[in-house]
Design a protein around this ligand. Structure first.
Ligand code: MN
Ligand code: MN
Length: 329
């Protein structure tokens, strides 16, 4: 391992106890983007914003609690043996700029931040924030001027997030990001799979638009019929070899595992099955990922945040394996 890389290793819990020190993501060094450019392969980032939330707010507080609980994460994946911090250089790149009182300004700020990350050759792994943040992230990494898009997507969620508008003409909410992303040419619906969809609807036709675009929707009943390994294989088949985004809304999990979220729906998958599905995605070309909708006020134990950062570690291992296969872009 070269010196450049060595400075991006996390602090070991054997040197400084996990409960001590400043809580960065997974105890990695915190560096700014200018420092990261040319050195960091994978940047872990927070987007502390919930201005797209239509019901119970609070996901703006997700990244800070996730940083705190992420100090529990160690270095070696217990099943695959992957050591992501050794395989790729990883760092905490801080939080994107956000504006807590202006939605459109926030979309611009987040989009610009991720465009800069993309230009610096950094693959972003994000802690949300509500699910609307995925739209400006996709604009940053797959928008005009770069050769990434349109992206495929593996989307874990209880909800499709392909609604059109809310309360009149508000087209930007955490229920609409993937409709906008498809309209903007950022997301290829035919390379998109949604896993875990359930819950009561506004109208009987709520799902029609996404299905008509060609999205592969795996409702929770089909998920339980197939099981996590077959669903992961199906996801690999849908996204193929092209650039792919992984977006994990914690409300895809059953609320017994992740109660700390704004729009819980009963009858979801378990944390272990989510881990199995993520491991089953090994080999796909991940160009960005997020875990969103952690809202700490509804789970003051911190368990939902621990679940979220453990899933982030699973995804980090997948991205590190990809960096090892492909090298830096
Ligand atoms: Mn969502
Ligand atoms: Mn959801």
């Amino acid at each position: 391992m070269d010196v450049k890389h060595k400075k991006y290793l996390p602090r070991s819990g054997a040197d400084i106890p996990r409960f001590a020190g400043i809580p960065t993501f997974m105890r990695l060094p915190h560096v700014d983007l200018a420092t990261a450019a040319g050195e960091v392969d994978i940047g872990i980032v927070g987007v502390p914003w919930d201005g797209g939330t239509t019901n119970r707010p609070g996901a703006r507080h997700g990244p800070r609690q996730m940083r705190d609980l992420s100090t529990m994460v160690r270095s070696v994946h217990h099943v695959t043996g992957t050591m992501p911090f050794h395989t790729a250089s990883c760092a905490d790149l801080g939080d994107s700029s956000v504006n807590p009182v202006d939605l459109l300004d926030t979309l611009d700020r987040v989009g610009a931040f991720y465009a800069d990350l993309h230009d610096a050759g950094v693959i972003p792994l994000t802690a949300g924030g509500d699910h609307l943040i995925t739209l400006p992230i996709m604009r940053g990494i797959a928008g005009a001027g770069n050769n990434n898009g349109p992206l495929g997507m593996v989307h874990f969620d209880a909800h499709t997030d392909t609604w059109d508008r809310y309360f009149g003409d508000n087209i930007y909410t955490h229920g609409t990001p993937f409709r906008r992303a498809i309209e903007e040419g950022l997301l290829d619906p035919k390379r998109t799979i949604q896993i875990g969809i359930r819950g009561s609807l506004f109208t009987p036709g709520d799902k029609d638009w996404g299905l008509a675009q060609g999205i592969r929707v795996v409702e929770i009943e089909e998920y339980f019929d197939l099981g996590p390994d077959k669903v992961a294989a199906l996801a690999r088949e849908v996204v193929g070899d092209g650039p792919t985004y992984v977006s994990f809304d914690v409300d895809g999990l059953d609320p017994v595992y992740a109660p700390g979220t704004g729009t819980p729906e009963i009858g979801g998958y378990s944390t272990h099955d989510a881990q199995r599905m993520l491991r089953g995605l090994s080999g796909i070309d991940i160009v960005g990922a997020d875990v969103v909708e952690v809202s700490p006020a509804y789970d003051q134990s911190g368990n939902t945040a621990l679940v979220a950062v453990t899933l982030m570690f699973e995804i980090l291992c997948l991205i590190a394996e990809k960096v090892a296969r492909q090298g830096r872009k």
